[in-house]
Every structure is written in C-alpha cells, then in structure tokens.
Design a protein around this ligand. Structure first.
Ligand SMILES: CCCCCCCC/C=C\CCCCCCCC(=O)SCCNC(=O)CCNC(=O)[C@H](O)C(C)(C)COP(=O)(O)OP(=O)(O)OC[C@H]1O[C@@H](n2cnc3c(N)ncnc32)[C@H](O)[C@@H]1OP(=O)(O)O
Length: 306
C-alpha cells in the first residue's frame, strides 16, 4: 500500500467490445431475423408432424414423399389440393407476375434504370430456379443429385423398358419417370417445393420490403405530423406503397409461407427439406448478397430500394 486512494478516473480504457463482423456479403441483423422465418417454419412444422397424435401414427410413403391419399391427415396433406396445383406447381409464373405487377404499379420505377435492374435480378433468380428444377444441360440439379445419390426410375409395369433404362444408365427426370409409369426411388430427393418457395418469396420480399418500410415511416411521420415526404424527398403517394403491387406481393408471400408450412408438416424427410432450404438460400445469396460485395457487378444489377 502506498497510502494513495484509488483513482476515480483510471487512465486505462475499459476493454472494447469484440468487433462485429461487418461485411456486405452477410445479412444484417434485421435481414437475418426475417430470413430465420424459413428454418423456424420448417423446424416447427416438421417437429409438429413427429409429435402430433394425428400424423405420427399414419402410414407414410417415402417414394411418393407423402402420406397415401387414403390416409391424408388433412386437405393440405393431399397432393391434389388446389393451392398446390394452382399456386405452387405454377410457382415461378406467379413469382414473375407479382414482381412485374409491383414494378408496373410503383412510381419509383418510372425513372432511371431501376426497372431494368429488377428485371436483371429477376433473370438471375429465374436462371437459378431453371438450373435447379428444370434443365441443367440435361436434367435439372434436383434430378441430377437424385441420380448421383443412387436414385433410379423403376418402371415396374414394363420390365423391358426398365432394362433398357438400366443399360443406358441415363439420368432420367422425375417428370419423365412418372410419365413412363415408373417410380422415382432410391436417391436423395431435394424438396423442390421448399427450394422454390424460399427463393421466390425471398426475392419478392427483398424487392418489395423497401417500399413498405418507407410507407411505415410515412405513417409514423404523419402521426407526429412532421412531414409527408418520402425518403427521397418526393411527396409520397400512399397508393405507391400500399397499392396493387404491394397487395399482390403480400398475398403471394402469405400463400408461400402457408405452403412452406404444409410441406414441412406433411411431405418429405427432414434432410430433403433442409437441402431444399440450403439451395434456396444459396440461390438468393448469389443474386442478392454476392453483388453487394462486388462493386462492378453491383453497378449493373443494383440493390433493391437503392
Ligand atoms: C420484374 C420481372 C419482370 C419480368 C419481365 C419479363 C421480361 C422478359 C420477357 C419475356 C420472357 C417471358 C418469360 C416469362 C417466363 C416466366 C417463367 C415462368 O413462369 S415458367 C412457367 C411456369 N412454371 C412454373 O412456374 C413451374 C414451377 N414449378 C416447379 O418448378 C416445380 O413444380 C417445383 C420445383 C415447385 C416442385 O417440383 P415437384 O413437385 O416435382 O417436387 P417436390 O417439391 O420435391 O415434391 C415432391 C412431391 O411432393 C408433393 N408436395 C410437396 N409439398 C407439397 C405441398 N405443400 N402440397 C402438396 N403436395 C406437395 C409434390 O406435389 C410432389 O408430388 P408429385 O411429384 O406431384 O407426385
């Protein structure tokens, strides 16, 4: 002890908090919160299906990826439910229609090359969807990965056709297999529903969210009677941010979430849904995050809301 009282103003600085990893290539905390809706929906839906007394004892057909129709626990557990046939099976068409409606009805796309940049981002996402589900220099990636993991089309009704296919060692598609009266079995079947619902809804949300955020800001400003100006200083028109395009997008996003939940509840194994989610998010990252960190690419495709 030197008899001196301890200083009230220590000269050494308190340790600074660890630096937060900030990179344009990763989602911001708010974006992460929104994106977490996908894994949470899949996880809770799947857990419910394992625990629920109504579904857990029902027979499940791993080849059809569903409960047999006679034992379907609900209308949405049947493949021929109307939302599946009209909304998901034509899902990319609806994604395109909703995005086009948004661009056509929102005034911010009237000037500059903004609409062109949305079309470029749409084209990128469409390319990803096409390569994964439809065609990738032959069968799409979903069908290729099925064949690579040991899957084959078994044409049970026609042994000759089956032998021919076996000899050719062809990569068949699920659609062609079903059309030939066969069963697509034995491989890892990435959930196309999860992939497409995640990629399409994330794209629509990313494009439309900035307009809704500016609308929320406008309402808040009005409540405080401060201003009716939008973020760009122009007078903001309510219909521009809550108009037909935004309403269509809201309906589209609600239906996408519902069908994702239904897939989580009644279809596919957990791993097949997980791989659908990972590929869907990877596709979204490729089109919406990678360009953020590459200035020349960003200058061409832009970013939603900027
Ligand atoms: C700002 C934009 C402006 C644009 C301006 C354009 C300018 C350029 C100018 C000019 C160009 C114009 C060009 C436009 C073109 C646009 C692109 C199109 O629209 S193309 C046409 C539309 N086609 C689609 O949309 C197909 C979408 N569907 C698919 O891709 C597949 O069906 C997919 C990926 C959704 C699913 O494939 P799975 O159903 O075969 O496979 P799994 O998801 O693994 O499911 C396995 C089984 O489980 C059932 N299942 C799974 N989840 C289910 C659920 N929730 N409910 C019921 N069944 C479920 C399924 O039904 C399936 O059964 P089971 O094979 O049918 O027997």
């Amino acid at each position: 002890m030197n008899g001196r009282p301890p200083s009230l103003h220590p000269t050494t600085k308190p340790p600074s908090p660890p630096p937060i990893l900030k990179t344009p290539l990763l989602p911001t905390p708010n974006e992460l919160l929104l994106l977490s809706i996908y894994p949470i929906t899949l996880l809770l839906g799947h857990l419910y299906s394992l625990l629920s007394p109504t579904t857990r004892h029902l027979p499940y057909d791993p080849v059809a990826q569903s409960h047999p129709a006679a034992h379907a626990p609900s209308y949405f557990a049947r493949k021929n439910n109307l939302l599946n046939l009209l909304f998901v099976k034509l899902g990319w068409l609806w994604t395109t229609v909703v995005l086009a409606l948004f661009v056509a009805t929102h005034p911010r796309f009237g000037v500059g090359g903004l609409a062109g940049q949305v079309v470029l981002r749409w084209a990128g996402s469409t390319g990803v969807w096409y390569l994964v589900t439809q065609w990738c220099f032959g069968p799409g990636l979903v069908d290729r990965s099925f064949a690579l993991t040991g899957g084959r089309c078994q044409v049970l009704k026609d042994p000759v056709a089956m032998e021919e296919m076996g000899k050719a060692g062809e990569v068949f598609t699920r659609v062609a297999c079903k059309a030939a009266g066969g069963q697509w079995r034995g491989g890892h079947d990435i959930s196309g529903h999860v992939f497409m619902l995640v990629l399409g809804s994330a794209m629509v949300a990313a494009e439309v969210a900035p307009a809704v955020v500016s609308w929320v800001r406008l309402v808040r400003d009005r409540n405080g009677v401060t201003t009716t100006m939008g973020s760009d200083g122009q007078e903001t028109d309510d219909s521009a941010v809550s108009g037909l395009g935004v309403k269509a997008a809201a309906v589209y996003l609600a239906l996408s979430w519902w069908m994702l939940l239904m897939t989580a509840l009644y279809f596919h194994t957990w791993f097949e849904k997980l791989t659908g989610l990972i590929i869907g998010l990877a596709g979204f990252w490729l089109i919406y995050y990678l360009p953020r960190g590459m200035a020349p690419v960003r200058a061409i495709v832009g970013m939603p809301g900027l």
